[in-house]
Design a protein around this ligand. Structure first.
Ligand code: PLP
Length: 428
């Protein structure tokens, strides 16, 4: 009998794609770029865990600002002399660098401002105020920074529109069903944080934008706490406005960005008047400049823009994936260590968090805790973190907050927890 024909061997299943390993950051090399990190505080090596408030500047940023000041500084746009042309090229070059960083379509969509706060105020006064009135609603969330609350309250008081707040839950997450319930025919604008500064929560901004857009509602994203941890692509997000600050991205203070969808910016009136934002002026009337300059009245912050562009080069050089992965490892380690400290409560336990850890320690006011940690050389922020409604929600007057950046190390996490153990002893 003939042997039964063997079944043709089934093709081997394709191996499941192996996720690429998270890139590794050479932190010791990174630290050499930040001269301030080698100073001492109260006789101890500095442990800087306050980068969510303001990140430190690396040498390439300082050098870019210095080179600009030493070689090319002059006022921009109007000068025919070489220095003015160089300054203009540096300033407008920085704008294009930001455009590429955010993957915006055009430099007409990139406005330089002082920071996130000014960016949101610009949208409030130039987009919302002329359009909204009684019956209209602006929707924010319960975890916003004051910069994404107060400008809308001002618009509310100026126009009679109202402000709705989607609640957060006890983990510091935004339940989307609650958020979606508040998207109503009255909603005219959604303004949400990408990442909460007080809790670390990463918001599902993609879902928020698509739900809002399905109802024709534009969305502003406060990206102050996001851009230093993850790549942001405004076209992929499809948001209408995106705001961030240079000083939280290892850049200088006094410079920030508002990305705005060109069609919206084109319809918006200027928000400040003066030089540079005009084409012609008579005593009777003024014609306004084109985008983006229509929104940049007065001499801009050229050296700040140059420094911001250098900061973007710096983080992209390290790789935002590598930075994010490194910070996540520190966050996990810090969370595990802090959870072992008796009486310590972590405020903000969302499943998706950026490298921010807010906490209280029973029996010690956060300000006293901050002072003790400072005496150990450990710099954390204490207070309400410009998010008083978040503090109220969690029933605490304040928290201590450690935030981790590309230059922090595991050893520094241990120094934080050792200092917290010492604080426990002092207040026992
Ligand atoms: N939004 C968030 C989430 C922030 O964390 C901050 C600053 O801490 C701001 C807005 C305001 O940023 P700036 O003070 O740079 O304008």
């Amino acid at each position: 009998m003939a042997a039964p024909a063997r079944e043709a061997a089934a093709p081997a299943p394709a191996p499941a794609p192996v996720p690429a390993p998270a890139p590794v950051l050479d932190v010791e090399r990174v630290r050499k770029d930040f001269p301030i990190l080698s100073r001492t505080v109260h006789g101890r090596p500095l442990v800087y865990l306050d980068s969510a408030a303001s990140a430190q500047c690396p040498r390439p940023v300082m050098r870019a600002v210095e080179d600009y000041c030493m070689q090319s500084h002059a006022n921009v746009h109007r000068g025919v002399h070489l220095l003015s042309q160089e300054a203009t090229a540096a300033y407008e070059g920085a704008r294009d660098r930001v455009r590429r960083f955010l993957n915006a379509r055009s430099t007409r969509e990139i406005l330089f401002v002082r920071g996130t706060t000014e960016a949101i105020n610009l949208v409030a006064q130039s987009y919302a105020r002329p359009r909204f009135g009684p019956g209209d609603e602006i929707l924010i969330t319960g975890l916003e920074h004051h910069a994404n609350i107060v400008p809308w309250q001002m618009v509310r008081d100026q126009t009679g529109c109202s402000l709705a707040v989607a609640p957060i839950d006890r983990r510091g997450e935004l339940p989307l069903n609650e958020f979606f319930k508040r998207l109503t025919p009255r909603t005219r604008l959604v303004a949400v944080a990408h990442v909460s500064n007080a809790l670390g929560t990463i918001l599902p901004v993609e879902e928020i934008v698509s739900a809002a857009h399905a109802r024709g509602i534009p969305v502003l994203i406060d990206g102050a706490q996001a851009v230093s941890h993850r790549a942001v692509d405004v076209r992929a997000l499809d948001c209408d406005f995106y705001a961030f600050s240079g000083h939280k991205l290892y850049g200088p203070t006094g410079i920030g960005v508002l990305y705005g969808r060109e069609a919206l910016l084109a319809e918006m009136p200027p928000w400040q008047g003066g030089g540079d934002m005009i084409l012609t002026v008579t005593f009777e009337r003024t014609t306004y400049n084109e985008l983006p300059w229509k929104f940049e009245a007065g001499t801009p912050n050229m050296s700040g823009a140059v420094g911001l562009a250098a900061a973007i080069d710096y983080v992209e050089g390290l790789g935002l994936d590598a930075i994010g992965a490194h910070e996540q490892r520190l966050l996990e380690e810090a969370t595990a260590e802090l959870q072992r400290i008796a009486g310590l409560t972590i405020i903000g336990t969302a499943a998706h968090k950026a490298s921010v850890i807010s906490f209280t320690l029973e029996g010690i006011h956060p300000h006293d805790l901050g002072t003790i940690l400072d005496s150990e050389g450990v710099a954390v922020r204490t207070g309400h973190h410009c998010a008083m409604p978040v503090m109220e929600f969690f029933g605490v007057p304040a928290t201590a907050r450690a935030s981790f950046a590309c230059y922090n190390t595991r050893e520094e996490v241990h120094r934080l927890s050792a200092a917290l153990h010492r604080a426990r002893e002092v207040f026992r």
